[in-house]
Design a protein around this ligand. Structure first.
Ligand code: NAP
Length: 246
């Protein structure tokens, strides 16, 4: 029987690298994508079944070509984890449209550029799983996440919208909402990060979620529960809480 082929974008660091390594250790054939060749090679070092494929997800045409190439080389993608993203703190004082657009281009359009051809191929094959990496920051607006938060809210909404229709053709859509994970993305954060976990721990939550057919894979659960409860608060109480985070 052929190996499960997993494709993960943003596989050159952080959560993507840990997921790639853990999936390879479980016997999957893994293709990792990102813009930095050296980072992808570092991920695949010592792992015979991890293969790099350089890709900038903001380049829609390039995504199609890379997907063609990796499917020619390693067979159809069975599971795609759309994980590539950027994050820069942004709030009222430093809000700017160019920075906002960069977040939309990478986190939303970059994901969509991969999602569209994957959905078409998997629907034709009546088989496949697409996992969007969003964030608990997409649940509700948080201070300093004025550019990043809206992109993650969009991905959650997008996954909710697509899941029923994709399932009709045998394609599973899942969303991952991590809390704080210790990666290059969070390394520069100047604020406390409650319930911070390692990327290896995040990877094990994600792989466990792939084995089940749950829609949302969210962790660590105490932080997720707190933020889900905060979704129910009326605005007066919610802003009293988030003002304290400034
Ligand atoms: N860390 C956290 O606390 C946390 C919490 C919730 C959600 N998340 C989400 O988890 C995912 C992984 O983040 P991480 O924490 O592991 O951060 P990370 O180490 O910074 O990983 C982000 C990856 O995305 C890739 N990337 C960025 N722009 C790209 C582009 N245009 N084309 C292709 N690849 C691109 C980067 O590689 P190149 O620079 O080589 O392209 C990098 O490997 C992201 O979706 C993030 O939003 C993280």
């Amino acid at each position: 029987m052929s190996k499960t082929h997993l494709w993960i974008t943003g596989g050159g660091s952080g959560i993507g690298r840990s997921v790639a390594r853990a999936a390879a250790a479980e016997g999957m054939l893994v293709t990792v994508s990102g813009r930095r060749e050296d980072a992808l090679e570092e991920t695949s070092r010592d792992h015979a079944s991890i293969f790099p494929a350089i890709l900038d997800v903001t380049d829609a045409v390039g995504v199609d070509a890379v997907l063609d190439a990796i499917e020619m080389r390693h067979g159809p993608v069975d599971i795609a984890i759309l994980n590539a993203a950027r994050y820069q703190a942004m709030d009222a004082a430093d809000f700017d449209s160019a920075g906002f657009r960069d977040h939309i281009e990478t986190n939303v359009m970059g994901t969509v550029h991969c999602l569209a051809p994957l959905l078409a191929r998997m629907r034709r094959r009546r088989k496949g799983r697409i996992v969007l990496i969003a964030s608990v920051a997409g649940y509700r607006g948080l201070p300093k996440a004025a550019a990043y938060g809206p992109t993650k809210a969009a991905l959650i909404n997008l996954a909710e919208s697509l899941r029923p229709g994709a399932a009709v053709d045998g394609v599973i859509i899942q969303v991952v909402n991590p809390g704080f994970v210790e990666t290059p993305m969070t390394a520069g954060n100047q604020f406390p990060m409650p319930f911070l976990i390692s990327p290896e721990r995040a990877a094990s939550h994600i792989l466990a979620g792939l084995r089940r057919d749950v829609f949302e894979i969210a962790f660590p659960w105490p932080f997720v529960m707190l933020l889900k409860a905060a979704r129910l608060l009326p605005y007066r109480l919610y802003f009293a809480l988030t003002r304290r985070m400034l």
